[in-house]
Design a protein around this ligand. Sequence first.
Ligand SMILES: [Zn+2]
Ligand SMILES: [Zn+2]
Length: 447
Amino acid sequence: MNTEPTIAVGILQFQSQIRGTIHGRVRFNNTVETSGIFHIICENGALSLSVESGKELLRSQFIECTSINNSPISFPSVIIGKQFHWEQTEPQTFHGSFRFIPDSPSTFAVINIIALEEYLESVVASEMNSTAPYEFLKAHAIISRSWLLSMLQKKTSRSSSPTTHSSPTVIRTKNMYIIERWYDREDHTLFDVCADDHCQRYHGITKDSTTSAAQAVRATKGIVLVHNNELCDTRFHKACGGRTDVYATAWDDICLPYLQSVPDSTENIPFLSSEHEAHRWISCQPHAFCNVQHEPLLQSLLPSFDQKTTHFYRWRVSYPRQQLEELIATKTSLEIGTLLDIVPLKRGPSGRLYQIKIIGTNATILVGKELEIRRLLSPTHLYSSAFIVDIERDASNIPRTITLRGGGWGHGVGLCQIGAAVMAERGHTAQSILEHYYKNTVLTQLY
Ligand SMILES: [Zn+2]
Ligand SMILES: [Zn+2]
């Protein structure tokens, strides 16, 4: 590859109608030019485009919008953090061109086509605060680029040799249900990446592009991380909790040699796969790069909507038994009866659980992997699956309150964003940060 690619980003999905504002002029389906406010409605399987007065400009199965003189378009309410605890809507503005494509008989997706480097400027500014240390922003630009290009590469090779990648759903054996499920980015078919936490946060050009985040992207243009001449799938997460995890804890059972479990510290931190070590580690507040209590530092790192998430290094949630039973019933549609126990079965090296056993009077459920566990035991998602279970029981040994005490935020694989930012603050360069989290890798310029 020696030229910069463009990518298709899914901004909104399953919309029955949207309103947008054109700041300048655009051309729709190469036939009509317009400016100002426009509406698109999905009616009888076709898309209808109209201007503010209500006049229909065109009706088609597929609408393409090309910007004239790089005129941006804004949408008043785009959902961010979908289904996570920080879900909210905000107005967003985008450069590039657009596609509006049906994604169900009565809805459509809004897709932004944009040059990779411009997309990355927004991603780095959306994932982290632009006031974060510059070497950290450079490291982030490189991993956001590498992850994306490696994902596009996998997608291309998959389409030429289709494999069954989707994990099984629910398997029933006698009185036992097995749920083993994970979610990966190759899920998207209409576009390359979505704009939310599922892929990488891309919040358009709402955020200031003159900042150091944008400079960090320009300073690393075309630079990616490789291992044995292969592009690295550079996963990252918010805070590991002390030690990072391996790929198979969160996704399929493969071993990526550069995604090893590393201590988020210059000191040694034990592997936390055993119950004993996990218990000991999560029960205290040991030193690690992502153990940041200092509020001004966190404010300089995190975008404002993430600053509401405090106490991510160590956290706790408690449920009355009935509430947890209802949650499990809602999320799985399975009736387990009275909840008797939650048993940790398998932990990755960061202490993240990737299989648990939920025992009820009517049925037992085995649940994995990490995201499915986080989804099941919370109305939204738990911060992480690195938790220990404390159960307070009544006189007849039936649980009264279930408390989960945990550490870290996110899947724990690859670079720890908070830890990496702290490393940069202490004088580490982008290169040494990347060498710390991704073993035996080198930087290469692709274009
Ligand atoms: Zn996605
Ligand atoms: Zn960390």
